[in-house]
Design a protein around this ligand. Sequence first.
Ligand code: IPM
Ligand code: MG
Length: 361
Amino acid sequence: MTHRILVLPGDGIGPEIVAEAVRILELLRAEFGLAVEIEEGKVGGAAYEAAGSPLPEETLRLARAADAVLLGAVGGPRWEGLARELRPERGLLGLRAELGLFANLRPALLYPQLAAASSLRPEIVAGLDLMIVRELTGGIYFGTPRGVRDEGGVRTAYNTMVYSEAEIERIGRVAFETARRRSGRLCSVDKANVLEVSELWREVLTALAAEFPDVTLSHLYVDNAAMQLVRAPKQFDVIVTGNLFGDILSDQAAMLTGSIGMLPSASLDAHGKGMYEPIHGSAPDIAGRGTANPLATILSVAMLLRHSLGEEEAAARVERAVGAALDQGLRTPDIAAPGTRAAGTREMGAAVAAALRAQAR
Ligand code: IPM
Ligand code: MG
């Protein structure tokens, strides 16, 4: 059976980093017999330019037909002035919603080779390996009513943070199962001291815990969780939280590992279909320069192989190849020590490819 993969490079550094990830997929096909068919589509600002919409019907059709989607990044200053519905971010949010990708897995793993790149002391982050499970199709990102109203010349803007029991239970199950496969520790993050939606969140998670006696559930308020993440991040194994808190905490967790340029993500539906993307953005400031770190996107390919294609061996090969490129001392500017020579996007991608190819012999 041939797996169909839709590649959506998007904007900014998206095309540069995705090119390196595609190179890895093609290598797996040529040298390791991976049965994949790769198609390309447009999303975000690139799609707006080409088709007048950040999520054209054609892209949605291709995404629905694919077994998995690999996405670069969307957004840039060029499109910031557009009406909200036309902005690149709507393309990404639309894909998540239309494909029902409610479970967002964001691993924060510190490569031992990069311990010195973290802004925290090496002893605080050494060995860090945590997983954030973020709810991705609900909460304040999608809640209604939302909008801006005019009250006698004074504008008031509003959004709604909303979760149903069913939504909470669904993401809760993914989190408990993830924790079960790891160390058996799950921390749920909310703001139950202030928000009703968080009170319900906590109640549902607590009830679910009865079904997972092998998992230890704890709860933290989000402000405390943010503090604990920089104070003692290794106390965490799996964190489960809502859309907004997960957005914030995952950037923070990423930085513990040295660079947001290292972290992949998976966004999954209820049947194993997924979209895979680096958690960093389109980085317009460095777009087109060939200096972006392609490793988060390459590691997203590994997650794609594992979660949507069931190709665990290929996934592990890709992860080993990334480790080998780091062992050789290659560093893009975001992870390079001050005063050392930095590698470019293509050079890093080529090093991972070479390390992968070496595994074929
Ligand atoms: C992320 C991003 C997106 C989000 C933006 C680009 C809409 O920050 O994937 O974390 O907020 O979810
Ligand atoms: Mg984010």
